[in-house]
Design a protein around this ligand. Structure first.
Ligand code: F6R
Length: 234
């Protein structure tokens, strides 16, 4: 796990962009993507770039259960707005939050993941150490499933909704086992509220209590931090 600390999140995002550009140039064609505030600057830099993803595929980490793609809080909507409308991909995949046959949706997503091995996975991290929506306690060999969001995650994400009651309590999430199959992983963390999770990930033991700590078992992971997120590192 290589850790780089930058003065600002923008500089870290520029570094992440360089990794994406290099991967694309080297023939990577399947990108695992995250939503949330963390990758917004990266997606903005990509939007303004001349990178061409028209032969590439995107596979997203997660989607709120119950939200249709046209709901402006859905992750499908987020991806269109922040990336896909400006940078078309040959294929984009994201779980269908409105799927009525949950088991089939899960099976289909796992098939998509096994047929499209991810070359480079972008990750954020929750203040409780989650990656994707793999909350503390998630098994390291987990595959896509419907998960219950923890209260900490609901509290953190309510900023985007009109009220806490509107925040979905469940989500489809790629499992930790699938995330670890990616050839390269780029985790970004910005801001003081991520400092404790970053410290536990970097300095703590590898434990399901801190899902991101498993990235120490992955041979090609970089962690890009701004100074605030790195503030509790030794
Ligand atoms: C989003 C995702 C989550 C977020 C995490 C951090 O697709 O998988 O793990 O990366 O909750 O969210 P932000 O970036 O909003 O702080």
């Amino acid at each position: 796990m290589n850790i780089f600390v930058f003065e600002t999140s923008l500089e870290a995002s520029q570094y992440a962009y360089d990794l994406v550009a290099k991967a694309l140039e080297s023939g990577a064609n399947t990108f695992g993507l995250a939503t949330g505030s963390t990758p917004e600057e990266l997606y903005s830099i990509i939007r303004d770039s001349d990178l061409d993803f028209t032969d590439a595929k995107a596979v997203n980490l997660d989607e709120y259960y119950g939200l249709p793609a046209d709901n402006d809080q859905s992750y499908a909507y987020f991806m269109k707005k922040h990336l896909f409308d400006a940078k078309p991909f040959a294929q984009t995949h994201i779980p269908d939050g409105t799927a009525t046959d949950v088991e089939k949706e899960i099976e289909d997503y796992n098939t998509i993941l096994s047929e499209n091995p991810v070359d480079l996975q972008i990750l954020g991290i929750g203040s409780n150490g989650h990656i994707g929506f793999n909350e503390p306690g998630s098994p390291f060999d987990s595959k896509t499933r419907l998960v219950d969001l923890t209260d900490e995650t609901i509290q953190a994400n309510k900023r985007n909704f009109e009220s806490e009651a509107d925040v979905p309590k469940k989500a489809f999430s790629m499992g930790i086992g699938s995330i670890l199959e990616s050839k390269q992983i780029v985790l970004m963390a910005f801001g003081e509220n991520k400092a404790k999770a970053v410290k536990e990930t970097v300095h703590g033991e590898v434990t399901p209590d801190v899902p991101a700590s498993v990235l120490k078992n992955h041979s090609n992971t970089v962690i890009l931090l701004d100074k605030a997120a790195a503030s509790q590192l030794d």
